[in-house]
Design a protein around this ligand. Sequence first.
Ligand code: ZN
Ligand code: ZN
Length: 102
Amino acid sequence: MLQLRPNCEYCDKDLPPAATDARICSYECTFCAHCVETVLFNVCPNCAGGFAPRPIRPVTERRPGVCLGKAPASTARVHLKWDRADLAGFVDAVRRIPPAQR
Ligand SMILES: [Zn+2]
Ligand SMILES: [Zn+2]
């Protein structure tokens, strides 16, 4: 199950569960769409994978036990663990390789 992390790892923007601009990689590294498009160029700085829009967990319990209230979003903020000065080189080495070939 997705943790639904609360913020962008790069710029620390709040990304609440209903945010439509949250992007995640396959490990659920979480960034905002702006950072993915203008800084990361669809390269996750943690795993080199690409990103997809994060699905929105329904707030309404239409099936028993399945909704945001029963499976709340994480409140543990996550921050980039890599040196920002080194990030551009990492991204540049990977960005032209399609995610399916990385
Ligand atoms: Zn961001
Ligand atoms: Zn990742």
